[in-house]
Design a protein around this ligand. Structure first.
Ligand SMILES: [Ca+2]
Length: 118
């Protein structure tokens, strides 16, 4: 077999489509295009990382609120603000379901993302 000629490479590239870094579509990745592409990729990764951090923080915050809720009710009773304790008690049902939904959505999304893609 002979080594691929320039025409072969061009044909292969045409079949696959342009390289994603080749933003002006001239079939050649220049230095600027390469840098732009790498910068874009880096930003993408940073965004994904920031999103994961935000979601994790939210899940932890929700869980902490859920665990501290009874303690807050207890404190309200002990301090003697009965009205606050009563309102917190009335809110509890809605609150727990909402927080459970947030946490479930977080772990569900995590599970879906970590599942290997076929
Ligand atoms: Ca180009």
């Amino acid at each position: 077999m002979t080594s691929p000629t320039k025409e072969d490479i061009a044909a292969a590239r045409a079949a696959v489509g342009y390289h994603p870094a080749d933003s002006n579509g001239d079939g050649h990745v220049s230095k600027e295009e390469e840098q732009m592409y790498l910068e874009f990729k880096r930003k993408e990764l940073e965004d994904a990382d920031a999103m994961r951090d935000a979601q994790r923080k939210m899940a932890w915050f929700s869980l902490a609120g859920m665990l501290l809720y009874p303690a807050i009710v207890l404190i309200a009773v002990l301090v003697g603000v009965d009205q606050a304790a009563k309102i917190l008690g009335d809110m509890a049902a809605v609150y727990f379901v909402s927080v459970a939904a947030i946490v479930a959505a977080f772990f569900g999304a995590q599970a879906m993302q970590t599942k290997p893609k076929k």
